[in-house]
Design a protein around this ligand. Sequence first.
Ligand code: PBG
Length: 330
Amino acid sequence: MEHVDMISRPRRLRQSGVLRKMVRETRVDKSSLIYPAFVAEGISEKVEIPSMAGQYRHTLDSILYLAEDMLKAGVDKFLLFGIPEEKDEKGSQAYCENGIVQAAMRTLKEHFPELYLIGDVCMCEYTSHGHCGILKGNDVDNDKTLKYLAKTALSQVEAGADMVAPSDMMDGRVLAIRQLLDENGYTNTPIMSYAVKYASSFYGPFREAAGSAPSFGDRKTYQMDYHNIREGIKEALTDVDEGADIIMVKPAMAYGDVISAVKEATCLPVAAYSVSGEYSMVKCAAAAGCVDEAGIICEMAVSSFRAGTDIYATYFAKEIAQYIDEGRIG
Ligand code: PBG
């Protein structure tokens, strides 16, 4: 038998499935998965989102079936987005006691107390102009917006949210939310801050889903420039100082370097959001027969955890849970 003198042979540890699994460096667990869900006013049954095959705008009724289905699969965390019928300049439905997201939280909590509910706190789904805050001229008025965001967070917590997740990217919003929650006795409600959120074309399908595309301009005066990573660390550290409990990086797939850097720079758990465009690209490429859908989903998820993600928000949460059950990843 031919034999070259070699002491180190990396292939030794790849000889069998048992061995490969034993030496895995990254472990994936269902408890770290969050499923983003949309609940909408003005529809009588769930409606599929055209650019996101398999994802729906839900009614207050259909969201309960979704919750049952997800819990059965082992996914027990929802990130909830509301889509109101009426949008106005000040995004009033975002902080309305009877807003759609507040109503969804109450009914979900009533039927499934074991479901962990995270409220997305932002104004763009609720404003007529589609920007993430209150406008002054053609720009978002940062400081004026803070009290609206805080009010939105409080109304969600009063409706049953276990955690709030501000995604607006205004400066100072984590502190504003923390203070208002604390004043109202919610000192134990955590804030997961979308601290490192880039102005990204990967959000395209979401904006169709939520009807939240800005009616003019873009989000570049508040969301981050994707050329920057040190600025992301600055954003993360600022939010740590303001009382954030979890730091999120968004999008996930093209931002592994940012996830690793934020993990290194803070002592907080790091979440990554695999956004709508990531989902749609996989669905379209798989439907066209270009890639193996399950393979791609697994590889994307594991690569995010490998980069340092502790918590993974993904529209593929149910599929990933199934792949974990099947032993494909884990
Ligand atoms: C709200 C918000 C957005 C997303 C999450 N929260 C859209 C945006 O910033 O334009 C994107 C989520 C996704 O693409 O899946 N600001």
